[in-house]
Design a binder for this molecule. Sequence first.
Ligand SMILES: NC(=O)c1ccc[n+]([C@@H]2O[C@H](COP(=O)([O-])OP(=O)(O)OC[C@H]3O[C@@H](n4cnc5c(N)ncnc54)[C@H](OP(=O)(O)O)[C@@H]3O)[C@@H](O)[C@H]2O)c1
Length: 305
Amino acid sequence: MNWYPPPLLSQAGRRFLVTGASAGVGFFTAARLAGAGAHVVLSARSPERLEAAAAAIRGARPGASVETLVIDQSSLESVRAGAAALTAGPLDGVVANAGMVHTPGARLESADGNELVLATNVLGHFALLARVLPLLTPGARVVLLGSLATRLSTFRVDDLQLTLGYDFWRAYAHSKIAMQVLGFELDRRLRAADAPVSSLVAHPGYSISGRTPRVPGVNEPDARTRFADSLQAAWSQGKHRGAEVTLHALTSPAAIGGQYWGPRWWMKGEPALHTPTRTSTDPDVGAHFWAFAENATGESFTVGA
Ligand SMILES: NC(=O)c1ccc[n+]([C@@H]2O[C@H](COP(=O)([O-])OP(=O)(O)OC[C@H]3O[C@@H](n4cnc5c(N)ncnc54)[C@H](OP(=O)(O)O)[C@@H]3O)[C@@H](O)[C@H]2O)c1
C-alpha cells in the first residue's frame, strides 16, 4: 500500500524551527512544513548547505517562506547566538533533528569539553530548548529525534561522557538514548508545570539517501549508493518518508505529549504509535540526565517558572 504522502494540515501563520535542515530528514520536514504554508527557520552549521536547502524549497514551492540560521549544535556559543537570533517572533514548534550520524572512531571533545557526539546530538539541543522555550506559543510542540538504536545499546548513566569506554556505535546509540530521555523528561516537566506546550519523540526507522529523491545541492547520491541502497529496499525507506513521522508528531491532532512515534513496520512505513524503551521513560534516569545536562552546558533549564 502506498501511504506516501499522507495529508498535512495547513500550517499557514505558524513559525517553526527545524535543526539539521540542510539535509536528510530535517530538510524534508522543513520542506513539507513550508509547502503547507508555515514560515520555517532552517538551521544547520553550514551557510552554503543551508542556502542550497532554502533555494531547493523556494524553487519547488514558489512563495515558500523560509529563512536560514547558522547554528553549530556542537558549540554552546553558537547555540546561544542562534537562540538570541530567534527571539524575533514566537515559535509554534521546534524539531530537534540535527545529528552527527557518522560518528568519530575515537572519542573527541567539543570546544566546551563535552564528548562530541553527545554535545552535538543532545547537549546543544538541551541548551537551545532551555533558551527558546519561552518563545513557544500555547499548543506548540517540541519533537526530538530518537532512534531504533536505543533498543540495541545501554545507557551509561554513570559515564555519560563515555570516558570509560567509547566506540563510534556506542557513542551514536548513547546520544540517541539521551535524546529520548530528554524528550520524555521535558514532557513530564511541562505537564508538572501545567504548561500549554508538549514534547514528543519521533524516530524515522531506517531512512537512507539512496532511496530518497534527488534534490540539487541537498541529496545527490551517486549511482553506487543508489544501487547499494536499492538492495536494502525491503527494510528501508527514503528520508522524505522518514520525515513524515516527525511531521505527524509535530502537527497531527492524533499526537499528544509524551508519545513515541515511528514507522509502522519499525524500519519503514507510515507514522504509527510505538513503545519506547523503559530507560527512555524512566523518571529517575530523566532527572539524573537533566541535572547532568544543566551542569555540562551551564544552562539552568527551569520549565514553567
Ligand atoms: N536516517 C535514519 O535512518 C535515522 C534513524 C534514526 C534516527 N535518525 C535521526 O534523525 C536525524 C536526522 O538524520 P538524517 O538521516 O537526516 O541525517 P543527515 O542526512 O546526516 O542530516 C543530518 C543533519 O544534521 C546536521 N548536522 C550535523 N552536525 C551538525 C552540527 N554540528 N550542527 C548543526 N547541524 C548539524 C547536518 O548538517 P551538515 O549537512 O552540515 O552535516 C544535516 O543537516 C538525526 O538526529 C538522526 O540521529 C535518523
